[in-house]
Design a protein around this ligand. Structure first.
Ligand SMILES: [Zn+2]
Length: 64
């Protein structure tokens, strides 16, 4: 099974999840803290969520 890396938009946690390709479309992924606002990350370093502001750790602390 491939391992996918996910990023939680809610708390900023990134975590790995092992999923079969067939599960990928149907499985609801949650972060370790239970949020489902997660986004799959791709290994390409070009995709880094910098500068958009909404993900900042300070914001996550305030809303947690
Ligand atoms: Zn989370």
């Amino acid at each position: 099974m491939p391992t996918y890396r996910y990023y939680c938009q809610k708390c900023g946690e990134s975590f790995d999840k092992r999923l079969a390709i067939s599960e990928l479309e149907h499985t609801r992924i949650k972060c370790p803290r239970g949020h489902d606002q997660v986004q799959r990350m791709f290994s390409a370093p070009a995709i880094i969520y910098k500068g958009s502001g909404w993900y900042s750790k300070d914001h996550a602390k305030q809303s947690a």
